[in-house]
Ligand binder design. Sequence first.
Ligand SMILES: [Zn+2]
Length: 112
Amino acid sequence: MSDAIVLGTVVVSRKTAADGKLVLPASVAIALESLGEALRVRVGDQPVAARVTHITCAKTCGGADSEHRHWFLQGDAFRTLIVDAAYELTLHEGSVVCTIVSGEGAPSRVGE
Ligand SMILES: [Zn+2]
């Protein structure tokens, strides 16, 4: 792991298992969206099809007092991620890599 850039950590919800959408912090989503068609995603070593999507939310989620966006990294492969587990998103050699960091089945963290 020499030149991997840590983008952030996402937690898989039951909703992710149903719709394949990982909730992204806006800052991460915007960084990924800027890659456009060049966006490549891997879960562990496995390349998967995924894209950045968003919905516009009109104050319905509580907390926010104006219209805002919720961002997702969406792909069918994410339905197989472990619910309640945390995955770290890193940018490594041009690919976004999802690596489990906590939860059932997580490996101990060792450098590559
Ligand atoms: Zn909202």
